[in-house]
Design a protein around this ligand. Structure first.
Ligand code: SAM
Length: 305
C-alpha cells in the first residue's frame, strides 16, 4: 500500500502507478528520468488540475494504468493477427465513446501519456513548436477528447472563437471542464459540440487553425475527414493532424501501414504536407519499425492545396 507522506505530487503519482502495476516501474522511471523540465512542469500542472477536480491519486494512476494495460493487450493481439481487433465504429462505440466511465478513464489516461510516453511527448512538443503563436481568427478542433490540446491552443493562440466537435459526450464534458478550470471561457467564445464531425457543414469564413489529433485511426473513412478539413480551410489555415501506424489500441479501427499511405491520402484530399514528424518505435529506425510492423507515430502540418 502506498503511504502518502510529504512526497511531491509527481512522486505520489508514480508510487501509485507502480503500486498498482509493478511491471511498469522501469518504463515510467526511465521515461520521467529523461523528461525535460517543461514536460515535467506540464505534468505536475495537469495532475494538480485533476486533483483539484475531485479525482484522487489512486484513480488517476488507475486511468493511466488502464490505457497502458489495454494498449499492451491490443499489441499482443496485433502481433499474432497482424490486424487491429476491430474495423467498424459500431464495434467500439458503445464500449468506448458512449461508455462514460470508461471514456473518462481512457481520456485522463491518454492526456497523462502526453507527458510520460516518449513518443507522445515528442508529438506534444511538435504541436507546441509548430503552433502559430498569437494566431487570431477562429479555431476548430476535431475530437478534442481530454481537451488538453484544446486548452493549450486557447493559451497559445489569440482566437476569437474556439470550436470543438466530438462524438463522445464524455469528451465534450472533459473539454468543457478543462477550459473552465483554466479560465479560457471568460474572454473567448467557446463552442463545444457533441456531434459527428462528418455532419458538420462548411462555414462561410474558413477557420484560421484546424487541429485533429489521434482521430484518423478511430474512423472507418479517414479520407472523408481530411476532405472535410480541406473544405473548412482557407489558403493560410494552419492544419495540424496526427495519427499512427501499426499502433493498436482498444478503439483503433483504421490500420495505416506506412507514412506514404497517409501522405498520399492527404494529397488526394486536397492537402499539402508542409512539415512532418515521424516517431519510430523505441530504439528502431523508421525502416526497422515498418519492417517489423512496430508502432510509429506521425504528425503533420498541412495546408489546403
Ligand atoms: C484518441 S481521442 C484523441 C484526443 C486528443 N485529440 C489527442 O490527440 O490526444 C479521439 C477522439 O475523437 C473522437 N471522435 C471519434 N470519432 C469522431 C467523429 N466521427 N467525430 C468527432 N469526434 C470523433 C472520440 O470521441 C475521441 O474523443
Amino acid at each position: 500500500m502506498v503511504e502518502l507522506t510529504d512526497k511531491t505530487v509527481l512522486e505520489n503519482f508514480v508510487a501509485h502507478v507502480v503500486d498498482q502495476n509493478p511491471m511498469h516501474v522501469n518504463f515510467i522511471t526511465s521515461a520521467l528520468g529523461r523528461a525535460d523540465a517543461d514536460t515535467l512542469q506540464r505534468l505536475n500542472q495537469y495532475l494538480d488540475y485533476c486533483l483539484s477536480n475531485g479525482l484522487d491519486m489512486a484513480s488517476l494512476a488507475d486511468c493511466y494504468n488502464t490505457i497502458s494495460r489495454d494498449t499492451f493487450r491490443e499489441e499482443m493481439y496485433f502481433r499474432s493477427k497482424k490486424k487491429y481487433r476491430y474495423s467498424k465504429f459500431s464495434e467500439v462505440a458503445e464500449a468506448v465513446y458512449f461508455n462514460e466511465e470508461y471514456m473518462k478513464k481512457y481520456m485522463y489516461g491518454l492526456a497523462l501519456t502526453s507527458f510520460i510516453w516518449p513518443n507522445h511527448v515528442a508529438m506534444h512538443n511538435f504541436f507546441i513548436a509548430t503552433f502559430p503563436k498569437g494566431l487570431t481568427g477562429n479555431y476548430l478542433e476535431v475530437g478534442p477528447g481530454h481537451g488538453y490540446y484544446f486548452m493549450q491552443a486557447a493559451s497559445l493562440g489569440n482566437f476569437e472563437k474556439l470550436v470543438g466537435v466530438d462524438i463522445s459526450p464524455a469528451s465534450v464534458a472533459l473539454t468543457r471542464d478543462i477550459i473552465r478550470h483554466f479560465g479560457f471561457d471568460r474572454d473567448r467564445q467557446i463552442d463545444l459540440r457533441e456531434a459527428d464531425f462528418l455532419a458538420m457543414v462548411a462555414t462561410p469564413e474558413p477557420y484560421s487553425c484546424i487541429v485533429m489529433g489521434e482521430v484518423l485511426e478511430h474512423v472507418e473513412e479517414p479520407d472523408r475527414f481530411l476532405r472535410a478539413i480541406a473544405a473548412l480551410s482557407g489558403a493560410d489555415t494552419h492544419i495540424y493532424v496526427t495519427t499512427c501506424i501499426n499502433a493498436p489500441a482498444v478503439d483503433h479501427i483504421y490500420l495505416f501501414r506506412d507514412p506514404a499511405a497517409i501522405e498520399q491520402m492527404a494529397r488526394d484530399s486536397g492537402l499539402t504536407v508542409v512539415d512532418a514528424l515521424c516517431v519510430p518505435y523505441a530504439n528502431h529506425t523508421l525502416e526497422q519499425s515498418l519492417a517489423k510492423s512496430l508502432p510509429v507515430n506521425v504528425a503533420y502540418v498541412l495546408r489546403r492545396s
